[in-house]
Design a protein around this ligand. Structure first.
Ligand code: GLU
Length: 425
């Protein structure tokens, strides 16, 4: 039975690399019907914070990476002590200046990595290392082995920055007489300039992407494609990922973090999302932008908001984009892409359209079309004479979904108000 773990050190936010590692472990566990463990590696007490633990838990919950077992490494200090003493007892470790050191035996260690292949480490290059500090706290390379062994981890899946730790850990498994797990070190993630991804690239915590209007399923899709692939498919639902994921399909070269691709994926997932859910997610973004208040949003009614979101989402990359667009459904000043100038003739035609609209008892798509065409015919005018001016004035933008749909969703009152204002200018 597969047992895997994500073992973050709570010394900061959950970042992109960590989230990718968490996801790959989670996907593997779910694909295999195995167990996914979250283990907080908080033995570095000076740098670990509760706030960071809370943030990691929040980010994983947002991404939908649920765990089956949860541990905190500092709860296991007694167990670590027993294991460390056993190494002193069997001569694998020694005490020096209060710290306990592991004695690196001569020879070499070969790491059989599922992804990197066999990597040989000559012990000449590895010095004796501390397993327990003089203040009584334990060191990562030691506790990770005791915990992985006790928790019967079958596959250690983590970033390849840990590959150089692995020979030390293998020596410890052997000295402790414990069974080795399999190792899979994930190729690193690069920034657009092809150096290791870091804060310098402006790529921040996972929760920052939530704040910027990304959907968790888009993030999960994006993280999955940082190293894993399935043919040339790009868009995956969570269920598809669980069904298709395998360690074999993880590439051996580094992948590049491409924010444009993330935005594109988010757009795809916004199109796939249930419109009602989008509307629920939009509320805080709309309120944050100001001008449309929470009361206005609530009063608009779900039906209208759902219709609006369904029409407007196609051109949006994030919830922030869509929240901005949703403004056009409200009686507020909207941002207009270009200034509309009318000649006298257009002014006359739009005035008669306004008259026709204002007498409407129903303003559904077909009513809008009928009234508009009626007014145009009476004026001997064509739709193309005024369509652009109407669209830009009412929706703020020269391109977008069908005009009649848009006018219908925005509603008679707002449409007529915006058009009358245009005529008066
Ligand atoms: N606490 C380590 C880290 O955050 C875990 C590494 C591992 O998965 O073994 O890098």
């Amino acid at each position: 039975m597969v047992r895997v773990r994500f073992a973050p050190s709570p010394t900061g936010y959950l970042h992109v690399g960590g989230a990718r590692t968490a996801l790959f472990n989670w996907l593997y566990a779910r694909n295999q019907g195995g167990t996914f463990i979250l283990r907080i590696e908080d033995t570095d007490q000076e740098r670990s914070t509760q706030e960071s633990i809370d943030q990691i838990v929040k980010a994983m919950t947002w991404l939908g990476l649920d765990w089956d077992e949860y541990y905190r490494q500092t709860d296991r200090t007694d167990v670590h002590l027993v294991a460390a003493k056993s190494l002193l007892d069997n001569g694998s470790a020694y005490e020096q200046d209060g710290a306990w050191w592991f004695k690196v035996p001569p020879g070499e260690t070969v790491v059989h990595d599922i992804l990197a292949g066999d990597v040989t480490f000559n012990h000449d290059q590895i010095k004796d290392f501390v397993i327990r500090r003089s203040d009584g706290t334990f060191v990562y390379n030691f506790v990770v082995v005791v915990d992985d062994a006790d928790m019967e981890i079958t596959h250690v899946i983590r970033g390849d920055d840990h590959l150089t730790n692995t020979p030390k850990q293998i020596m410890l498994y052997r000295a402790l007489g414990r069974k080795l797990p399999k190792f899979a070190h994930l190729p690193m993630i690069l920034g657009p300039d092809r150096t290791r991804l870091s804060k310098r690239h402006g790529v921040t915590s996972v929760l920052e992407y939530r704040r910027r209007g990304f959907l968790p399923e888009a993030m999960v899709n994006f993280f999955a494609r940082l190293g894993w692939s399935h043919g040339d498919q790009e868009v995956f639902t969570r269920d598809e990922l669980v069904k298709l994921f395998s360690l074999k399909r993880i590439g051996s070269s580094a992948s590049v973090f491409d924010e444009e691709k993330l935005r594109w994926l988010n757009q795809q997932h916004m199109k796939l999302a249930a419109p009602k859910r989008l509307v629920d997610l939009l509320r805080p973004f709309v309120v944050e932008l100001g001008s449309v208040t929470e009361e206005m949003w609530n009063e608009a009614g779900d039906e209208r908001l759902v219709q609006g979101a369904e029409l407007l989402r196609h051109r949006c990359h994030t919830l922030v984009d869509l929240a901005k667009m949703m403004h056009i459904l409200f009686p507020v000043e909207i941002e207009v892409e270009e200034e509309v100038k009318l000649d006298d003739r257009q002014r006359e035609v739009i005035a008669s359209i306004c008259d026709a609209f204002s007498q409407a008892s129903s303003f559904a798509h077909d009513d809008v079309e009928r009234l508009l065409r009626g007014a145009l015919a009476a004026q001997g005018a064509k739709l193309k004479d005024v369509a652009h001016a109407i669209r830009v004035t009412v929706t703020g933008s020269a391109v977008g979904p069908g005009l009649f749909d848009m006018l219908s969703v925005i509603g008679k009152k707002i449409v007529v108000t915006r058009l009358r204002k245009l005529i008066r200018r």
